[in-house]
Design a protein around this ligand. Sequence first.
Ligand code: SF4
Length: 297
Amino acid sequence: MNESFLVYHEPVFRPPSEANSVILQVTHGCKWNQCTFCEMYTSKKYSVKPFSTITKEVRILSEIHPTAKRLFIGDGDLFSVEFPLILKVLECIKKGLPQINRISTYASTRTLSKFTSEQLQAINEAGLDLLYVGLESGDDNVLSLINKGTTAALQTEACLKAKNAGFKLSVMILSGLGGKVHTENHALNSAKLLNAIQPDLLALLVISFPFGYAHFQERTKAHFEPLSQLEMLKEMRLLLSNLNLKSTVFRSDHASNYLVFKGGLNRDKETFIQQLDDIIEHTIHVPSPHLNVRQHL
Ligand code: SF4
């Protein structure tokens, strides 16, 4: 058996931009595992790998990928791990895979906020460069609806602390997450949160129902009316038009997106909005939230 199979505990998730990265799982699953829209790790029981296993896996990965330049640490949230272990893992990567020049991971604002500024700075200096943060929304009602375990104020504080510690931030917002009831506040308050954070990268994804809408409804335990495709586009327009981001790179190129936009928001925002207006004008009302037509511009 290929040794790479030995070091991975499936399913393994990583952002699209980490497609060519070596993946080192320090945890299995997500400690929180309670966000009602997220099914990524519901099949996994959370655990932290023993450090002896991690060192062995770094050795195996160094033999399989001797020239790899990027490494992504899985699974769901590295900051669910104690500070000393994070430092030891980064030290081990530095020794075992010295050619790696970028290390990234998923991080939640709920756990990030528990680390001091000094600890975050030490982790950044030890080699962790980029954090992928699923903000999902800047609206407290939406965050409560999806049981994210955080608030907009906490998200702002945690992200600014991480930025000040030296991390690059790639954040995610989920279109349609507030359904019909919260769509306007979801867009406006998410824009407010993003303007406060000024992330390096912003990915806009679209809510999907991998186990069906009824399953999602059962998990949220609240009435949720999904947006139509047209309403989703209008929500995207409202978000974009309220963004005031100086140097953020924007992407809506995930498999869930209806529209693929890529560009710098300071430069391309008006073009995106104009194209959205054209599309909104010519989009007929399609009530199904499951219709996912990708349109490349
Ligand atoms: S914290 Fe992230 S990985 Fe964990 S359940 Fe929530 S969205 Fe999913």
